[in-house]
Design a protein around this ligand. Structure first.
Ligand code: NDP
Length: 421
């Protein structure tokens, strides 16, 4: 069923739930309505020393056109304006043709770090001549992944200072594969020690997932930057410059990338994935070439009168494993996305990162980031000092007029309002 998203932001959560109900099964609709996301018993199975559960807003960014398919993206974030910015960017990008993505590969890499080797060159030759044996030993340690079409794919070595590092790549199919790889690596470590007469310092998955790269690209027509063509062209040039700034200045690059992860983390969290792993992968990838750089690129295509954006990231995301199957709200998030495969989900997530980046840059080079943020922050301040939703609506224009928009001012305004009653 086609959903009419007009005025979506003005609706109440219950009205929104009703509008999107065709995307969910009865069971998940009830789950949303009752707002009972995670049973204590289940939470207790997921982590240790559990006292309770912890809630965050669960939102939706509608209408992402990605590889000619529409996705309504679940996002979990506590930061105001992230979902609004992603939704706004998705709308403009959809009208300009949407996102296209490329999955370069989907293998996870792990490592066994060997040391105390007499001759690293000879050890490398020995490992190379035992490659098939090591691969099949790795697969024997986790045979179920073979049945699913995955398994160990390659083994190679690199000398780094006193270490000889043995890398193993594995096709983990729908799982992120941390436990899978760790099991395989721990199984081959004693063999490596035996054949090289070296010692294994550790055997562990690497989060620098350079064989799980995904690229998202999109173009945005200049008319969406500004109705005034001259201003739009200036903004397009500034967008290109902003990209360059994030390539040459680490202070800017860190914030540029944080903006990208505002969107990425929210979807990663909603879909029950390990956001620390995705962050580690992205930030380590940003240091390729020795300097920490901005992860995305925007260029002004003067011929087509568009800005073209591109974001490449490691995205070792999963649809199975970890706590994904345990948390009902996570299952709901997968349902909203129409139960994508891990590859499809990776494409969605990198596209959201690019959309978020577009929205942030557009604001930065235009009116500045604060204008958009101000309203939401002012409202948060009012709610923080105890204003009801109704009081916050009355007080918001007053607080926005104040020079010092802080908790103290919000408190004073609230007291004044209540005294007037
Ligand atoms: P799991 O240990 O949960 O393994 C994946 C599970 O998914 C297996 O039980 C597997 O079943 C099942 N599965 C079902 N269908 C499929 C399918 N189509 N393809 C693949 N697996 C399928 O998770 P991972 O090994 O993926 O590890 C991820 C977890 O490890 C996360 O919770 C992460 O936080 C954590 N972790 C992360 C680390 C890091 O990032 N450095 C380090 C250590 C842990 P079967 O067994 O039958 O194959």
């Amino acid at each position: 069923m086609k959903i009419n998203w007009t005025g979506f932001s003005k609706k109440t959560p219950l009205e929104r739930q009703k509008l999107i109900s065709s995307l969910l099964t009865e069971e998940k609709q009830t789950l949303l309505r009752d707002n009972k996301q995670l049973a204590l018993k289940t939470a207790d199975q997921m982590a240790e020393h559990v006292l309770g559960t912890f809630s965050l807003p669960f939102s939706i960014a509608p209408d992402f056109l990605i590889d000619n398919k529409i996705y309504h993206v679940p996002m979990v974030t506590e930061e105001p304006s992230v979902v609004a910015a992603a939704s706004f960017a998705a709308k403009l990008i959809k009208r300009s043709g949407g996102f296209t993505t490329t999955i370069h590969n989907r293998l996870m890499i792990g490592q066994v770090a060997l040391y105390d080797l007499k001759d690293k060159k000879i050890a490398e030759q020995i490992i190379s001549s035992h490659k098939e044996q090591l691969l099949s030993h790795a697969n024997e340690a986790h045979p179920s992944i073979l049945k699913r079409g995955g398994g160990a794919r390659n083994i190679w070595t690199e000398e780094k200072e006193e270490f000889l590092i043995v890398y193993l790549s594995v096709d983990t199919q729908e799982a992120m594969g941390a436990n899978m790889l760790n099991t395989m690596l721990e199984a081959i470590a004693p063999i490596l020690e035996e054949i090289t007469a070296g010692k294994s310092l550790m055997a562990i998955l690497s989060n620098y997932a350079t064989e799980s790269l995904v690229t998202a690209e999109c173009s945005v027509d200049l008319r969406f930057l500004s109705r005034n063509i001259e201003e739009a062209q200036q903004l397009a040039q500034k967008m290109e410059l902003a990209t360059h700034l994030a390539q040459v200045d680490t202070y800017r690059a860190a914030t540029h990338n944080k903006g990208i992860f505002n969107g990425i983390d929210a979807v990663v969290l909603a879909t029950g994935n390990d956001w620390r792993a995705i962050e580690a992968a992205g930030h380590s990838y940003a240091t390729q070439g020795g300097l920490y750089r901005g992860l995305s690129n925007w260029f002004y295509d003067r011929k087509k009168q568009q800005v073209h954006g591109k974001l490449t990231l490691p995205m070792p995301i999963a649809t199975k494993g970890g706590s994904i199957g345990l948390n009902p709200t996570v299952q709901l998030a997968h349902e909203l996305l129409n139960s994508p495969s891990a590859k499809e989900l990776a494409s969605v997530i990198v596209s959201v990162g690019l959309a978020q980046n577009f929205a942030a840059l557009k604001a930065l080079i235009g009116t500045g980031i604060q204008e958009g943020h101000m309203k939401l922050q002012a409202k948060s301040l009012l709610l923080l000092v105890g204003a009801t939703e109704k009081e916050a609506t009355i007080l918001l224009p007053r607080l926005l007029k104040e020079k010092h928009r802080n908790q103290e001012t919000a408190q004073e305004l609230l007291i004044d309002l209540r005294n007037q009653k």
